[in-house]
Every structure is written in structure tokens, then in C-alpha cells.
Design a protein. Structure first.
Length: 122
């Protein structure tokens, strides 16, 4: 599959709310996930670790809605924009605007890198 085909399929699953299925289908076994924060989830390596990070995130947030836009492809990379209305279990409701940059090699996503900002929801 080309990067465009992977981006379209990955995005399609995300647009349907099937984020975990998108990861299972397109992450490489040695994927690297990089967040724009410090701490234990800042950089994790390997499918199992990235799946655990996702499980932690879902367990730590009440999700009200997620909107996705994209994908935007350039060479072997693509981006997806995520706009999320969430309430952290120990915090205030937030609207998060996050961009994921995905790098593809040998038909799989080998790196995902996130860029974001957030503000309190009105």
C-alpha cells in the first residue's frame, strides 16, 4: 500500500471512532509514539507499549466527542488533526486540538508524533 492508501484507510477508521482498530491494522511492531510532554508517556516504543499508552489515556479521560480532519500526505508521512472534547478524570473539561504526524515505512506506521494545544471548553 502507498502512504496515501494507508493514510486514507487509517483516517477512515479514525473517522468512524475506531482508533484502536486503526492502530492494530497499521502500526508496525516496533512503532515509536512521541508526545509533546514530559513524563513516562512522552516516548514509548513497541506495539504493546503504545497500546498500553492508549488504554491508559482512555481510562484517564471521559470522552465527549472527537472530530478528525485529513489526512494530509507528503512523501512517506501524513498528518491527521484531532479535535477532542474531553474531561480528564481528575480535572476540568478541555477542548484539545491535536495534530498527529505519522511516518510510514514498508507499509506500516513506524512513528507517530503528536503536536497540540488545549484550552478549557466553554
Amino acid at each position: 500500500m502507498s502512504t496515501q492508501e494507508i493514510a486514507n484507510a487509517f483516517f477512515g477508521l479514525c473517522a468512524e471512532g475506531k482508533f484502536e482498530e486503526a492502530g492494530r491494522a497499521y502500526w508496525s511492531s516496533d512503532i515509536v509514539s512521541i508526545e509533546a510532554v514530559d513524563g513516562p508517556m512522552a516516548k514509548v516504543t513497541g506495539r504493546e507499549a503504545v497500546e498500553a499508552k492508549g488504554a491508559w489515556w482512555y481510562a484517564s479521560h471521559e470522552i465527549h466527542s472527537i472530530k478528525v480532519e485529513g489526512p494530509y500526505v507528503n512523501g512517506n508521512q501524513f498528518t491527521v488533526r484531532f479535535t477532542m472534547d474531553v474531561t480528564p478524570k481528575d480535572g476540568q473539561r478541555l477542548t484539545m486540538d491535536e495534530h498527529g504526524l505519522y511516518t510510514v515505512s514498508d507499509g506500516k506506521i513506524v512513528e507517530e508524533r503528536f503536536f497540540y494545544g488545549s484550552h478549557l471548553a466553554a
